[in-house]
Each structure stands twice: as structure tokens, then as C-alpha cells.
Design a protein around this ligand. Sequence first.
Ligand code: SF4
Length: 90
Amino acid sequence: MSEKSLCKGCVESVIVSEEVIEELILEAEEQPSLIVSEEVYKERLQICEECPSLQYGSTCAHSGCIVRYRAKFKNKSCPFAGKPKWEKVS
Ligand code: SF4
């Protein structure tokens, strides 16, 4: 299954329900080789939770991504222009 690019344009609303977010996370966890460790995931989310760019408690204002989904993936980084707040994992 391929990774989805979740953004404002591909969900019904920018305010996404907890149920939908949990489904996305479960889907991500079906691809263990692509996702970060639980420790890295928690570190990334802690940074997002303290970031003023987090909208509605779920969505990054820079990418439109649901951070709890995006932060799962090794090949994703924070999209903050010029100075990502968390980086890709190799
Ligand atoms: S992904 Fe980066 S810019 Fe977006 S909310 Fe998280 S820390 Fe902030």
C-alpha cells in the first residue's frame, strides 16, 4: 500500500475526526519498514504540539498534513520553511 499525501484538498474538512486519524495511523503501522520508532514518533509529536503552526490540534499549517500521520513516516520531515523542526530518518 502506498503512502498517502493527506492534505486539505483530499479530506472533506480540515477538521478531521479522531476516528479518521486513528484509521490513518493504523494504516501507516501496516508498513513497519516505512515508519519511525515509537520514541522518534513521540519526539516529533511533542515538537508539533508546541509549534504555533499546528492548527485545530491536528493539522500543520505549512503542509496541510495531519501531523499524527505524517510524523509516522521515516521519509517525512517537518515542512517548516528553511528550518525543519524535525528531520527525516534514514
Ligand atoms: S510539522 Fe513542523 S511546522 Fe508543522 S506543526 Fe509540526 S513542527 Fe510545526
